[in-house]
Design a binder for this molecule. Structure first.
Ligand code: PLP
Length: 469
């Protein structure tokens, strides 16, 4: 498979190089040159396959030419073998034709494990072949950091530096990062906020001199491999519920447009999806676009669903590319406008097309808590606040009561106890067995000033399994 940039001016890459690339050199994002398409017969023949075998069939065209089948099969079996539930992504029924797809059975209890467990293993495989080492730098407000660290902890050829804002992530989230003690794992608490961390990552990608030639790799959802891994669970859930002979709807809590974009790709690959709902919190730039053709940068509103607290959606550009007939020059012009003015709008017919593809809803904290309480009262089931936003949007925007509606369950409620408490529920969610002693484990973390030079010196002094680069 070949990959092209959404802005049309960067070199065409194969899967291996896309895996190791961050942004394309023209500032765009990489997407497959041609999306694979599966027939109804093919999809039907996958019913009942174990998760890793389905994953092999869905993702094989994307890695073709870069990863050999035997290696890819082994990597996928290992990746999804670490999930706590035998079904990997089990469905739980909430109501009539209404399900939660539990994507939080992985090591860090959020859906990001699906992609980052795979990403770490793919990186190590490719780097061993090339006899190369890389450094990963990432910023996190919580979920991405722990999932990235868990995904890379066993990598021989990767040193990972994750920055989080000092004293501004929850204790569970901090401990999920800082209690992983490998010599290639580096947690940095920055005396600043999440945006400060993010800016330092961006600045480091822009000027990599401090890395002395070592390659820097991205783990946020601009990395194509993350989107690719997320396509699989749409197929898995839909097959369980009667696809391809029956259509299925999905409601997706999203901020960066990563998870919902994977669903859009699944539909384009032949999966019968009759409705895709974009569910956002108060940081609703995506809902503003879908409902009024306004994609404009607002201030950040901290919410009870912090993993969706964003001002701009980094993957939205991938949709813009398709809406503009895959014209890179048109996307580059739009993104230039956005950079200069903080807003963009698309032509009327393109916006109409976006509305045909997606429904959307923004859900505030109050409605989030009310939904957690409502579902708990109805079923005894405890939702995390991100998933609750998906349930609320599903119930408001649903088009057919006769077809299954699947809400992506993006995190375990134990990660966000504040929302559960605010919903007036006494039952404190419990940590699952593999994390039961989290509060007794040793932590390792370095607190650094909010200063780019200080951080870069730290990376170059420790980037080779704790030793200087
Ligand atoms: C990251 C995250 C999201 C949003 O994912 P997108 O990539 O923005 O679609 C939603 N819920 C949880 C729990 C997350 O960690």
């Amino acid at each position: 498979m070949r990959y092209i940039s959404t802005r049309g001016q960067a070199p065409v890459l194969n899967f291996e190089d896309v895996l190791l690339a961050g942004l394309a050199s023209d500032g765009g994002l990489y997407v497959p040159e041609n999306l694979p398409h599966f027939t109804v017969e093919e999809i039907a023949s996958w019913a009942g396959l174990p998760y890793h075998e389905l994953a092999f069939r869905v993702m094989r065209p994307f890695v073709a030419g870069s990863i050999a089948d035997v290696d890819f099969k082994r990597i996928l079996e290992e990746t999804y073998g670490v999930f706590a539930h035998k079904a990997v992504a089990p469905l739980t029924q909430l109501g009539a034709n209404e399900w939660v797809l539990e994507l939080f059975q992985g090591p860090t209890l959020a859906f990001k494990d699906f992609a980052l467990q795979l990403l770490g293993r793919l990186l190590d495989h490719v780097l061993a072949k090339r006899n190369e080492r890389v450094v990963i730098m990432g910023a996190t407000s919580g979920d991405t950091g722990s999932a990235a660290i868990e995904g890379c902890k066993a990598c021989e050829n990767v040193d990972i530096f994750i920055m989080h804002p000092h004293n501004r992530v929850s204790e569970v989230q901090r401990r999920q990062m800082t209690t992983i003690l490998g010599e290639n794992i580096h947690n940095i608490a920055i005396e600043g906020n999440f945006d400060d961390c993010q800016e330092m990552v961006k600045a480091s990608f822009a000027d990599q001199g401090f890395l002395k030639g070592t390659r820097l790799v991205a783990v946020n959802s601009i990395n194509w491999a993350r989107i690719m891994a997320q396509i699989v669970y749409y197929f898995h859930a839909a097959l369980q519920l009667g696809a391809p002979h029956r259509s299925v709807a999905f409601s997706v809590p999203t901020g960066n447009f990563g998870d919902i974009f994977a669903g859009y790709l699944a539909r384009n690959m032949g999966l019968p999806i009759n409705q895709l709902i974009v569910a956002t919190n108060r940081n609703d730039i995506l809902h503003r676009f879908m409902s009024g053709n306004r994609y404009d940068k607002d201030t950040l509103h901290p919410t009870l669903s912090p993993s969706m607290d964003i001002m701009v959606s980094s993957n939205f550009e991938r949709l813009l590319f398709d809406l503009h007939g895959r014209n890179g020059a048109a996307v580059a012009a739009l993104m230039d406008t956005f950079k200069a003015t903080g807003q963009l709008a698309v032509e009327e017919d393109r916006w109409t097309e976006a509305r045909r593809l997606f429904d959307s809803l923004a859900v505030g904290d109050e409605a989030t808590c009310a939904t957690i309480a409502e579902v708990h009262a109805e079923t005894g089931y405890l939702l995390d606040p991100h998933t609750a936003i998906g349930v609320k949007a599903a119930r408001e925007c649903r088009r057919s009561l006769a077809l299954p509606m699947v809400v992506l369950g993006t995190a375990h409620p134990v990660k966000f106890p504040e929302a559960v408490e605010k919903a007036g529920i006494d039952a404190v969610p419990q940590l699952p067995p593999h994390l039961a002693d989290l509060f007794q484990r040793e932590e390792r973390c370095t607190v650094l000033a909010n200063d780019l030079k200080t951080v870069q010196q730290f990376v170059s002094a420790h980037g080779n399994r704790g030793k200087p680069l």
